[in-house]
Write a protein that binds this ligand. Structure first.
Ligand code: SF4
Length: 383
């Protein structure tokens, strides 16, 4: 088995009660694995009774903790401490609670290990990091490897495409917009070749040539971004997403979105919004959004192993970035950008929104589909 871990995977430490945004109050489902459920079933006394009363089940095979009306786990005390941890000890926490915010998943013969940005402490680590995210690689011989049923040609090609894509996104000689445009072009061409059952090795070789790649990056560097289209899409998304997000946004000091929605003079507000959007697209935030992109690619790129549609995964990244920048607008005013502190909270919130519920990315995808705006030319102008 091979292990690929992000450099920040090992260094994470939960800040517990000091966390501003505890994961146990995220208004999301906390699934309980079957083994833990079985153990909880055998806990005696009053606490055993409380445990069982606060576990919900859709059917007999999936279980989760009951949430309070304000989206907190029933076992989270008013001091933000876990009652299961206090009563039964850390070893009795379910798999989700033991592992969070670590994410471990297998693709092919590689076990990927990273952290989710939905934990604000992880977002803090990442946003305070100026150097590119790096990866540690290890290989441990295992008998299990022989039992894997994998399309090795395709999997190894996809790994090469992934490695190229990450290096491209981290190529700081060019703006992040240029890097994303080349990534869109690259994956679009791969997907087209795959659809036609053609070999993608020559394409990978061409893009691996530094002069060719520099030519592509330079030619796409100065393309304009279609900010009005980005804002319209974000507005659509904003008006259809959950109250928990708006609750956070409404408490921000510069609530641009709400002012815009309720304004009688939308044109006037739009000028400021377009300016702020351009600011968020400027190189000032390239490092922060580069980390966001690399984390997203790591989580999603290998979905293409199943459907051979890597372009769709990169298009999702473009939509996720648009949402991240759209929410950041609320924190920009009078030509000022978003502070790192607000960006940390925002990254965490957006990750909760996108990683833990597929339907949110689908909202924006559907918007573009309905408007016939999904072709490569249109997407190039969304970054
Ligand atoms: S969100 Fe992160 S830092 Fe906060 S309590 Fe959960 S694991 Fe700890």
């Amino acid at each position: 088995m091979k292990y690929l871990s992000t450099d920040f995977y090992e260094s994470f430490k939960c800040i517990g009660g000091a966390c501003p945004f505890t994961c146990c109050a995220g208004n999301w489902t906390i699934p309980i694995d079957k083994e833990t459920k079985k153990e909880y079933d055998s806990v005696d006394g009053e606490f055993g009774q409380i445990l069982r009363e606060n576990i919900l089940s859709d059917n007999d095979s999936s279980f989760c903790f009951r949430l309070t009306e304000d989206g907190r786990c029933s076992f989270l005390s008013s001091e933000n401490l876990c009652r299961i941890y206090q009563e039964l000890g850390p070893e009795k926490l379910c798999y989700t609670c033991q592992i969070y915010p670590r994410i471990v998943f297998q693709r092919g013969d590689i076990l990927f290990r990273t952290l989710t940005l939905s934990c604000p402490e992880v977002s803090r680590m990442l946003l305070n990091k100026t150097e590119p995210i790096s990866f540690g690689f290890a290989e441990v011989p295992s008998d299990e490897d022989d039992k894997l049923s994998i399309d090795w040609d395709w999997f190894n090609t996809l790994v090469s495409c992934f490695v190229f894509s990450v290096k491209l996104i981290q190529n700081r000689n060019y703006t992040l917009s240029a890097r994303l445009r080349v990534l869109l072009m690259f994956t679009f061409t791969i997907q087209t070749l795959l659809k036609d059952n053609k070999d993608i090795a020559p394409l990978l070789e061409a893009f691996s040539n530094q002069d060719y790649l520099d030519g592509q990056l330079s030619s796409l560097e100065h393309l304009s971004s279609n900010v009005p289209a980005m804002f319209s899409a974000f507005l659509y998304f904003y008006q259809r997403t959950g109250a928990s997000v708006h609750h956070f946004i409404l408490h921000s000091s510069a609530n641009l979105m709400e002012e815009f929605i309720h304004s009688n003079d939308k044109e006037k507000h739009l000028t400021g919004i377009v300016e702020s959007f351009h600011l968020l697209l400027s190189t000032t935030y390239d490092i922060q959004y580069e980390h966001f992109c690399v984390s997203f690619l790591l989580r999603n790129y290998f979905e293409a192993y199943k459907n051979k549609k890597p372009f769709e995964e990169v298009a999702k990244l473009v939509y996720a970035l648009l949402i991240a920048r759209g929410y950041a607008l609320s924190f920009c005013s009078m030509g000022k950008g978003i502070s790192t502190e607000n960006q940390i909270s925002l990254f965490s919130l957006i990750s909760r929104l996108l990683e833990h519920d597929d339907k949110n990315l689908t909202i924006i995808k559907t918007y573009f589909e309905k408007n016939g705006q999904t072709d490569i030319g249109f997407l190039l102008a969304l970054v």
